[in-house]
Design a protein around this ligand. Sequence first.
Ligand code: ZN
Length: 232
Amino acid sequence: MSVANQFRTISGAFLDVFYPNICQICNTDLNMNEQHVCLSCAYDLPYIGQNKKELQKLEKLFWGRVEVQRIYSLLNYQRGNQTQRLLHLLKYKEKKKLGQYFGEVLAEVITEPDKIHAILPVPLHPKKQRLRGFNQSRVIADGIANKTNIPINETCLIRNAHNLSQTKFSKYDRWDNVRQIFSVKQSKQLENKHVLLVDDVLTTGATIEACILALLKVENCTVSVATLAARV
Ligand SMILES: [Zn+2]
């Protein structure tokens, strides 16, 4: 089934009457079979989905940096495109149901979900999370969990609260500082596990890399990555 067809299936599966019935992209009224975005807009979105060439490009991003098992991403992100608009709605307009919905669609392109033991949303800086009130990666993770029944783990991967001021360091120190943004606690829970790291968007890969560096310190922990969008 094509990714676009997934929208039809998922849209038809349930109808949330409390959600405003207009397309979040073009603002036209939605019909009974549509949810969050109209079919026409859904068809027009720039999918990465299962495009091998584009996925390979994303894999190459991590070559020589950290070992990643698989990378999954749904939408191509470019400045000013519809993907950027969707991410903006999720992050700054609190369209959590929209994010969860796209998480469910993202789940459809994850091959072999039965080999994944836990979903780990990339944590926000605690201060940022307090300000925003939610973590957009967690919202996407919820959608994936709904579809796959893989449990979400938010306790093991943590973002260290105190980033050292970056300005007074040399370029190398700065990079070293970035690498230590994340750490793992209760690491026993992740030993011998294959985890799926989830974020909203993949651009330079620096955040994802920093997370993976922390996770790979755990004995026999392997990591795949799923992002709603990626710049390819
Ligand atoms: Zn539309």
